[in-house]
Design a protein around this ligand. Sequence first.
Ligand code: AMP
Ligand code: FE
Ligand code: FE
Ligand code: ZN
Length: 280
Amino acid sequence: MRIDLHTHSNVSDGTFTPAQVVEAASVAALDVVALTDHDATAGWSSAASAAARVGIVFVPGVEMSCRWYGVEPAIALHLLAYYVDGSHAGLVAEMARVRAAREQRAERIIALMRADGVDVTWEEVQAYAAGGTVGRPHLARALIQRGLATTVAEAFVPSMLGERWRLPKEDTDVFVALSLVLDAGGAPVFAHPRATKRGRVVPDSLIVEMAGHGLAGLEADHEDHSPKQREEVRALALGLDLVVTGSSDFHGANKTVALGAHLTAPGAFEQIRDRARQTS
Ligand code: AMP
Ligand code: FE
Ligand code: FE
Ligand code: ZN
């Protein structure tokens, strides 16, 4: 069984449509694929139809943009939520709030870019986002368009999106996110918890606290974790009785990682499904 539990479509910052993600998953010989767009569930229905067509298992998911406000400045973190009820009023409202805040933040980042002489417009970035959740990869595309970067990753250097034009998002408080996910019948998994290359990471004490608030698992095998970080996450999960997952975090052409580059064990997937059944 080949199981990949973390992918993005053009409903957020991937470049494939939800159906294309699923079709590519089938080509990559995956048996199970989750679509986990940032703060959005709009891709689920077409992904589910495509999965039925190609004969693989589709897992509805979402990657919530969260923040831990226990330190100043707050630390950003991503929470994967599997099998949540996509019509849960509280969750729907919170994701809509975060998406609106992302748009306002993109407009403020564009103002910073323009002040530095880069003539990006909001209309252009909106067109790249194509109605989906706006994120920095869409701003990266505008930079590539101008020859200021050749890849999305290159646009994230400190002199551009990585630092100079970096502004925080108004993310969901991580404990609010956990209770929303549980209330919506889902299983919450902490995405790439040790990815120091993305910025500051939360202390283990917070992961212990999250486990006490219903966290189901930790993503260990991820492109942004070194072998040592993967081992640390596994050890932490073992001690806290959390499920360990692995996934590609596929973003289409916006990242170089391939579908199925990292996988989740069948037993771990089973436990995630069971956890979601327990909360719903
Ligand atoms: P945002 O959610 O708007 O803060 O943008 C974060 C997204 O940008 C991540 O989910 C990735 O898709 C992408 N990203 C962040 N850092 C990098 C990087 N160094 N190289 C390529 N993509 C990145
Ligand atoms: Fe992303
Ligand atoms: Fe993430
Ligand atoms: Zn992701």
